[in-house]
Write a new protein. Structure first.
Length: 355
């Protein structure tokens, strides 16, 4: 794989994405005790290549004085994985877990509102974003244990509220099951979990990207440089947005700005991060088994989904999440809830976790 060349992709690859789009039928729907790597990190000069910004953890926030007045980038090492997170605010701890193909940055629009009443911790999952190193596995039960190592053992959080989106919701689901006494309340966003009600094999039939990302080696061979990553993400984001192909629409406009796409391209252009993202899908069979075996969860839970996705998502959760006290479809939102309707998402989260 060559990550330095910049070229136009051959028609063969464009046809792959185009054919896949026709098959897309359903949206998936205070610090303490830190190791020597932790602490606020000083900014380093950014460089720019033909493919976009070079890898720099604060590339998207370096010049945002208002953001930097509240939030800091930090790192801490957990079992050989150097985990990146962004934290700021005052009040009870609130932890945010991202989905694919995103990073901590998916929460950027709502973090200031959340930080007015909470100390926010927006994590890059192990092996993703600006976290570095490979966890033992990318099944969500294992990833939850790495997150626990960061939150409990490194940062020193005894209890917190937890918000998780998409495949990060798979991690959040397993976290609450394994460590229920640590989570005061849980917000699960737009992710039907593999399990008895939704076997992994059927899960992969819902969308071309789930089937494609689950293949061994093929995704890395076809999406093998920053130009490919940009084309893949740029084509994918509108498909699962409100009015996109997965909701029966014809939307082609991305819900993300060019700057937001640049930030995701920056991280997913790293071969290890790109590979880690595909591994999230390759581990769905293990997730199915783990979710079936998961302990019942009585933690107060808020379920948020895309418009039109609630009835298909909730049944996959209720066998385990036994205390869903509120379930809401975010108005005029596809899969990207926190970006497509940030005001509604922030309002739902804040009103729920303050009860």
């Amino acid at each position: 794989m060559n990550l330095t060349r910049h070229h136009r992709r051959p028609p063969r690859r464009r046809l792959l994405l185009g054919a896949g789009a026709l098959a897309l039928s359903l949206a998936v729907g205070g610090t303490a005790g830190c190791d020597g790597h932790d602490g606020a990190i000083a900014s380093a000069p950014a460089t720019v290549s033909a493919a976009g910004p070079a890898a720099a953890y604060d590339a998207a926030t370096r010049h945002d004085a208002e953001f930097n007045a509240t939030f800091k980038h930090k790192f801490s090492t957990v079992r050989g994985v150097r985990m990146h997170y962004v934290t700021g605010g005052k009040g009870p701890a609130l932890v945010l877990l991202h989905g694919w193909p995103q990073t901590w940055y998916e929460w950027r629009k709502i973090m200031p509102a959340l930080a007015e009443k909470h100390t926010v911790y927006a994590l890059d999952l192990p092996g993703l974003g600006d976290s570095k190193g490979s966890p033992e596995s990318f099944d969500k039960k294992t990833l939850a244990r790495y997150v626990h190592g960061l939150l409990r053992d490194r940062i020193g959080l005894d209890t917190f509220d937890l918000v998780a989106h998409d495949l990060g919701g798979g991690v959040g689901f397993q976290y609450v099951s394994q460590f229920p006494g640590q989570v005061n309340s849980y917000v699960h966003m737009d992710y039907p979990v593999p399990g008895r009600r939704l076997p992994a094999a059927r899960y992969r039939t819902f969308s071309w990207h789930m089937a494609f990302n689950s293949q061994q080696a093929i995704p890395e061979k076809l999406v093998d440089n920053p130009s490919d990553v940009r084309e893949y993400l740029t084509a994918f984001y509108p498909q699962v947005a409100y009015g996109g192909a997965s909701f029966g629409g014809r939307r082609t406009r991305s819900p993300f700005t060019e700057a937001e796409i640049n930030e995701y391209v920056r991280t997913y252009s790293r071969p290890d991060v790109l590979h880690a993202g595909f591994e999230l899908y390759r581990s769905l069979d293990k997730d199915e088994r783990d979710n079936i075996a998961a302990a019942r969860i009585n933690t107060p839970t808020l379920l948020l989904t895309a418009t039109g996705s609630l009835t298909s998502t909730r049944p996959t959760l209720t066998p385990t999440l036994r205390n869903i006290t509120r379930a809401v479809e975010i108005p005029r939102s596809g899969h990207w809830l926190a970006e497509e309707n940030p005001e509604a998402v922030a309002r739902e989260i804040l009103s729920f976790i303050w009860k």
